[in-house]
Ligand binder design. Structure first.
Ligand code: UDP
Length: 478
């Protein structure tokens, strides 16, 4: 057993899909074992993201032994237009450029911990995009773990991608063909049109492959899922000997203290008051994550769909951060008048509070993995409308593999000119709100299993115990 107290260094992108999960994991590690005394979370600086100060203020009050530190901006970053065109390629290049500076920062941090004589840094925990820092861990003789804020199915895709790259050294070339892929961990063959759209673009495909290839170099992979949710994928990785051990530690969901600079406190109170006045399970919630910006034609079709289905709704509209447009500016003329009393339109929504509200009975979601875990946690069924990143694969898992969601669409790609028409939208809303109790029951059952996984003795609780036991068993003072 380690005689010294243990410290971790975690590295995360400053985005809503990654940083809150990293913070929650840090809290969980610390609460799990008293030997974990200090954690530093290093957060990248990226264009269009705010410094992490709102999170660090909240953390310093609740967990003073967790430091959240913004990394300095690097000199000569990649061109900004690359970020707006292909964020994955930008982030990969940014991180590779930042490696020398990061090596210095992490090495100084480790030295300062060790100088105290009583604390030893036992591990680096890196989010998906930060995994090139495995090299820094190796230099400093500190084991590196990857924290995957996506599904175990996505981990299967990463393994598939690095293997495919040895056979086919190019991006995927035709989204409309009917090719079926055999992806590790999936029970069914996976259609090529649910691959992340950026795998069809040369520079982002390259970034994905480079990141996928580093997974095998990690000492272990922590995945934000739970055994009852993805049994096939988890079983696959538990038997796979030529891959690092996988620790299934989820759901890691950020349920409290969710500071967000985008939230408008007046709108927040108005939404919650309005929900309080609605009947149980009567409201459908539309929200497409942090980047689900829709064009005006698509906004119009959603408005028409909501008008015709007659259902009560809360609709969070994302607008382009580079343009000064408010959600209401995008709505068709007279829309709010026609739906008075039965619908609310807002900007950034307090999603977790909304999903936990008894008035909410269905969720039309872009299927970001955090949104899926949050909706399952509160037992709210989803209608799938994936748009970008790995959301199509998540939607496929939820509809075809698990039968937990209604399929609104699996193949829509934002920014490619396709439009989902009002009729499809209202049909899916009716189905998710009224479509038989068996799916709702299944989702509620999954909510129970998610909670059970985190209880003392549950599968994810035990995985955290194993992870810490293995790390803390190495006596740094010997
Ligand atoms: N979120 C929110 N309000 C919004 C949009 C998103 O609170 O209006 C939160 C949501 O609860 C989730 C995160 O932002 O925790 C989005 O993560 P996800 O993985 O679902 O999607 P991403 O934004 O990464 O595409």
């Amino acid at each position: 057993m380690a005689k010294k107290a243990a410290a971790f260094i975690l590295v995360s992108l400053p985005v809503t899909g990654h940083l809150p999960v990293t913070i929650e994991l840090a809290k969980r590690l610390m609460n799990h074992d008293r030997r974990v005394k200090n954690i530093t979370i290093l957060s990248w600086r990226l264009p269009f993201t705010s410094p992490s100060s709102s999170y660090s203020d909240a953390l310093s009050r609740s967990h003073p032994d967790i430091d959240l530190v913004d990394l300095p901006e690097i000199e000569d970053p990649p061109p900004l237009d690359l970020y707006t065109r292909v964020a994955e390629a930008y982030i990969y290049r940014y991180i590779i450029k930042a490696l020398p500076v990061l090596r210095e920062i992490i090495s100084a941090l480790v030295s300062s911990y060790h100088a105290s004589g009583s604390v030893h840094v036992v591990g680096l925990v890196l989010d998906f995009f930060s995994n090139p820092l495995i090299d820094v861990g190796d230099d400093l003789n500190i084991p590196s773990y990857i924290l995957l804020t996506c599904s175990a199915g996505f981990l299967g895709l990463m393994k598939y991608l690095s293997e495919r790259h040895r056979r086919v050294a190019s991006e995927f070339d035709d989204r409309s063909c009917h090719e079926l892929l055999s992806i590790p961990g999936f029970d069914r063959s996976v259609p090529v049109n649910v691959m992340p759209p950026r795998l069809f673009q040369k520079d982002s495909h390259e970034a994905y492959v480079k990141l996928a290839e580093r997974f095998k170099d990690a000492k272990g992979i922590l995945v934000n899922t739970f055994t009852d949710l993805e049994p096939h994928a988890i079983d696959y990785f538990s038997r796979e000997e030529n891959y690092p051990p996988v620790y299934v530690v989820g759901p890691v969901v950020n349920l409290e203290n969710r500071p967000n600079p985008n939230i408008d406190p007046v709108e927040h109170d108005m939404i919650m008051r309005w929900l309080d006045e609605q009947h149980e399970s009567s409201v459908v919630f539309f929200c497409f994550g942090s980047k689900g910006v829709l064009d005006s034609m698509q906004v119009k079709e959603i408005a028409l769909g909501l008008e015709s289905c007659g259902c009560r709704f809360l609709w969070s509209i994302r607008t382009n951060p580079m343009k000064d447009v408010k959600p209401y500016d995008l709505l068709p003329d007279g829309f709010m008048g026609r739906v008075t009393g039965r619908g609310v339109v807002c900007g950034w929504a307090p999603q977790v509070e909304v999903l936990s509200h008894k008035a909410v009975g269905g969720f039309v979601s872009h299927c970001g993995w955090n949104s899926i875990l949050e909706s399952l946690w509160f037992g709210v069924p989803i209608a799938t409308w994936p748009m970008y990143a790995e959301q199509h694969l998540n939607a496929f898992t939820m509809t075809k593999e698990l039968g937990l969601a209604v399929e609104l669409r699996l193949d829509y790609v934002s920014g490619h000119g396709s439009v989902v028409i009002a009729e499809e939208i209202s049909r899916a809303v009716r189905s998710v709100m009224n479509g038989g109790d068996s799916r709702r029951e299944k989702v509620k059952e999954m909510a129970g299993l998610a909670r059970k996984a985190l209880m003392d003795g549950g599968s994810s609780f035990s995985a955290v115990s194993t992870f810490l036991r293995e790390l803390l068993a190495v006596d740094p003072s010997s």
